[in-house]
Design a protein around this ligand. Structure first.
Ligand SMILES: *Cc1c(COP(=O)(O)O)cnc(C)c1O
Length: 372
């Protein structure tokens, strides 16, 4: 089976891990954690990085740092990962949804203004797959209405919105270092900000809100979301080669486009918009309305041909765990629903070979011809 993702660990990962073991520094107190924080923050152009144990808890920390709680509303896209809505709900706040743009698959920024109320505290933007959110309208709304921006940049490390790196566009931003992200630590993540007070709050929240004067006294409840030195060692090595990783991702995008461009039953992601070039974190495709099969049938057929493809996200307004809380009753977001029914992504890890892309594209063309 051609895997949907294969990471590449061919740089200094082993060397740095050996340094951890030789020195005995394996906990979060070790030197690679601070080094990864400093180097990743510098990479995206931020003053502070706070390493955590995954990208989901980075969102919990971001929400806690902004003191978002009961009575607050946060606007986010329906088409995203559950971690975004979960962080808001766990803080006691209310997630408020917008649909996605049919071209970029990101939050439709034209729908945000209508969802703002007196309770709105923040907009959570999520850069989905390969193209970033169109940020200028979000910046304008945030400024006019006094809202905070939480930016989930998990999928697009190294991407730029106009001249600025993603990860530097929110009051507070987050990334994940899961093995399918551009930098991996196995499991891991980071919170990024320029604000020293927010950074301090993030550090405290990640470390159980220990009182600085008297350890074991806690004015607030936090978490142990610390990253270990072992994870950070891998991350430092990964960050050294991120330029190559991104070039390979874009190469994979071009390989797929050349092979699938002329398929009438398939909608490919745009190669660029007027503000960004696609970074192809994953190569996603959407079946046209005329296609006689849905994503589930296409994925099953591809698996029978030895190609592992994956579903797109399932919209937040259709999540049982959220609906059971009484959220989103009667709401519908047709673009998100269409992507969930008809979208899937193909093998596109940084370790994918040209031959694997060839075979994956050929298998998909066979499926589209009715060879299931
Ligand atoms: C991967 C991802 C996360 C969560 O990261 P984990 O490290 O797996 O918890 C959050 N948001 C987005 C958009 C992601 O793609």
């Amino acid at each position: 089976m051609i895997p949907v993702n294969r990471p590449l660990l061919e740089g200094n990962e082993k060397k740095y891990l050996n340094e951890c073991i030789d020195s005995g520094w394996i906990s979060s107190e070790g030197p690679f954690v601070k080094r990864l924080e400093a180097e990743f923050a510098a990479f995206v152009g931020r003053k502070h990085g706070i390493a955590v144990c995954n990208g989901s808890c980075a969102l919990d920390i971001a929400v806690a740092a902004l003191k978002i709680g009961p009575d607050d509303e946060v606007i986010l896209p329906s088409f995203t990962i559950i971690s975004c809505a979960a962080a808001i709900v766990r803080a006691g706040a209310t997630p408020v949804l917008v649909d996605c743009d049919p071209v970029t698959w990101n939050m439709d920024v034209r729908q945000v203004a209508a969802r703002i109320t007196a309770k709105t505290k923040a907009i959570m933007v999520v850069h989905i797959f390969g193209l970033p959110v169109d940020m200028d309208p979000i910046f304008a709304l945030a400024r006019e209405r006094g809202l905070q921006i939480i930016e989930d940049a998990a999928e697009q490390q190294g991407q730029q919105y106009k001249e600025r790196k993603v990860g530097s566009l929110g009051d507070i931003s987050t990334v994940s270092f899961y093995p399918n992200k551009h930098v991996t630590t196995g499991e891991g993540g980071m919170v990024l900000t320029d604000d020293p007070d927010l950074a301090e709050r993030c550090r405290a929240a990640r470390n159980l809100f220990f009182d600085k004067e008297r350890r074991y006294i806690h004015a607030e409840l936090g978490w142990n979301f610390r990253m270990s030195n072992l994870q950070a060692a891998v991350g430092v090595a990964q960050l050294e080669v991120i330029a190559r990783t991104i070039e390979k991702k874009r190469q994979i995008g071009r390989w797929y486009r050349e092979r699938l461009d002329s398929q009438p039953l398939l909608r490919l992601p745009e190669a660029k918009t007027d503000y960004a070039k696609n970074i192809y974190w994953v190569f996603g495709v959407v079946l046209a309305d005329e296609a006689p099969l849905d994503a589930a049938a296409a994925i099953a057929a591809l698996r029978r041909k030895g190609v592992d493809a994956r579903h797109f996200f399932w919209p937040m307004h259709k999540q049982p765990a959220l609906r059971d809380l009484g959220l989103f009753a009667g709401e519908s977001y047709p673009q998100s629903e269409r992507l969930a029914d008809r979208g899937f992504y193909l093998p596109s890890g940084v370790g994918s070979t040209k031959d694997e892309i060839d075979r994956s594209a050929t298998a998909l063309k066979d499926v589209l011809r009715g060879d299931l």
